[in-house]
Design a protein around this ligand. Structure first.
Ligand SMILES: [Zn+2]
Length: 163
């Protein structure tokens, strides 16, 4: 969106009803969730990031896929992201991960978490095990960034837009 259009949109936000603000917030939530997840993944990536195919650390940026930076290896041309080779690599619906992680940490059941987040119970079951795998096998400092982003996300989503 062009900046003039965006400024106009921002001015209109002030005249929304409480219900409209709530609808707008719901509409933005998945995108905000995806941004937070991708920021956390990017912050938590190991340095140097090595190619999972050949181990070479020389690579260049190669586009963004579903919000996440991709890289191409200079040695073997393999493309990868900070998630390649981790238990989270091929999971979909990244925008819902932080919300799901919160339910997981709140000890919700597979079915309850699925209902709350709006994913199939089989997805909920798969995520639960991949997330636990990631937590178990990963270094704690790499998870700290995700937990921090989760906390920020919760704080932001709990703010009352009417106040
Ligand atoms: Zn490579």
């Amino acid at each position: 969106m062009k900046s003039e259009g965006f400024r106009r949109l921002l001015r209109q936000v002030g005249s929304l009803t409480r219900q409209q603000r709530s609808q707008l917030s719901d509409a933005l939530r998945p995108a905000v969730g995806l941004d937070k997840v991708c920021e956390a993944i990017d912050r938590a990536r190991p340095a140097p990031l090595c190619c999972p195919a050949c181990g070479n650390s020389r690579h260049y940026r190669h586009g963004i896929v579903r919000g996440l930076q991709r890289y191409r290896c200079r040695a073997c041309s393999h493309t990868f992201s900070a998630l390649s080779g981790t238990p989270l690599a091929r999971l979909r619906h990244r925008a819902k991960w932080l919300d799901y992680l919160k339910e997981l940490l709140d000890s919700r059941s597979v079915r309850t978490a699925a209902k709350l987040i709006g994913v199939h119970r089989n997805t909920s079951f798969r995520w639960r095990h991949r997330f636990l795998d990631a937590i178990r096998h990963d270094q704690p400092e790499r998870l700290a960034g995700i937990a921090e982003a989760d906390e920020m996300f919760l704080l932001e989503s709990q703010k009352d837009p009417a106040s």
